[in-house]
Design a protein around this ligand. Structure first.
Ligand code: ATP
Ligand code: MG
Length: 289
């Protein structure tokens, strides 16, 4: 290679490299129609990033999300719905605290979905979900979601297969309808390993400050680990669409988890491109006194 061709080659490669670097989160997105196997994903993944630098970057990204959220609110023509799912001790609460903690609480609504009440059970499974969807101008955050109805309901046999099997189509149609209304949907599966779950549960037992988080019911769910993973695989494979994609978030390392979630949200909001309304003519207005 001559001295002349070298810089040219670099100049050509650089934008491509930059584009690839910008889109690094795509590797964690489940392609529509793709049948995934979680055993092929590594919950320890760190993207080759360095922890300290990445934490600082995440903080900057969250600042930008806050700014984009402000514009989303001012515009009030679109909404963003973020779905968080994970196995027990998977880090849903920590993700909410760390990624959404610094964002203006007026623009974000968090809804945690527990076991349905009697009233909720007397309605279709999407009734309580639809009521909690964010209005235009807002970001809505689901801590668990309608996906419980194809996860715990399937694993613990709370409904017969013909009921939960029909729900994948119901969910896809529901999320498409939300999109048609102006609501973007992004879904994250926080993926920890079985060993990591054990360690986190053990910490909850050993650390008095964390005892309150320990739940014997979680030990019972843990026995069904493989069934849960199979249920997640089907939900992610059948319900990741171009309009409402699923991301598999390697979540053993919290700093990487937060970075991936924040980056995807920032990129999604950037693509939504919310704009503050154009200024009216205010030139004749005088403020008294
Ligand atoms: P944390 O334990 O961090 O407070 P959590 O989301 O685990 O948060 P819990 O009250 O411990 O909250 O658990 C909620 C339970 O409700 C979970 O076991 C979940 O599977 C269950 N659940 C949620 N939605 C449904 C549903 N549609 N049908 C049946 N069970 C559900
Ligand atoms: Mg729990």
């Amino acid at each position: 290679m001559t001295a002349k061709t070298k810089p040219n080659a670099r100049a050509k490669a650089s934008p491509r490299k930059k584009a690839a670097a910008r889109d690094w989160t795509a590797a964690f997105r489940v392609g529509p129609g793709r049948k995934i196997r979680l055993s092929a994903w590594n919950p320890d993944e760190d993207g080759g990033f360095e922890k300290k630098v990445t934490r600082k970057r995440t903080a900057k990204i969250i600042e930008e999300i806050d700014d984009l959220q402000y514009r989303l609110y001012a515009e009030s023509k679109q909404a963003l719905l973020v779905v968080l799912q994970a196995i027990d001790a998977g880090g849903k609460d920590g993700t909410i605290r760390r990624v959404f903690g610094p964002i203006n609480p007026q623009g974000v609504r968090v809804t945690s979905f527990k076991k349905p009440t009697e009233l909720e059970r007397s309605h279709d499974f999407l009734w309580r979900i639809h009521r909690a969807v964010p209005p235009l101008g807002h970001i809505g955050l689901f801590n668990r979601s309608h996906y419980e109805d194809v996860l715990v309901v399937r694993v613990r046999k709370l409904a017969p297969p013909e009921i939960w099997k029909a729900r994948y189509d119901h969910i896809n149609a529901f999320e498409r309808m939300l999109r048609d209304h102006g609501t973007r949907v992004v879904k994250f599966f926080l993926y920890i390993s079985r060993d990591e779950q054990r360690d986190r549960m053990q910490r909850r037992l050993d650390d008095p400050g964390r005892n309150w988080k320990f739940s014997e019911a979680d030990l019972e769910e843990r026995k069904h680990w493989d069934d849960y993973m199979a249920a997640f695989e089907d939900a992610l494979s059948r319900c990741s669409t171009a309009d409402a994609p699923w991301y598999v978030v390697p979540a053993n390392r919290k700093w990487f988890r937060d970075h991936l979630v924040a980056t995807v949200l920032r990129d999604t909001l950037r693509a939504m491109d919310p704009r503050t309304p154009p200024s009216p003519d205010l030139s004749g207005i005088v403020i008294d006194g």
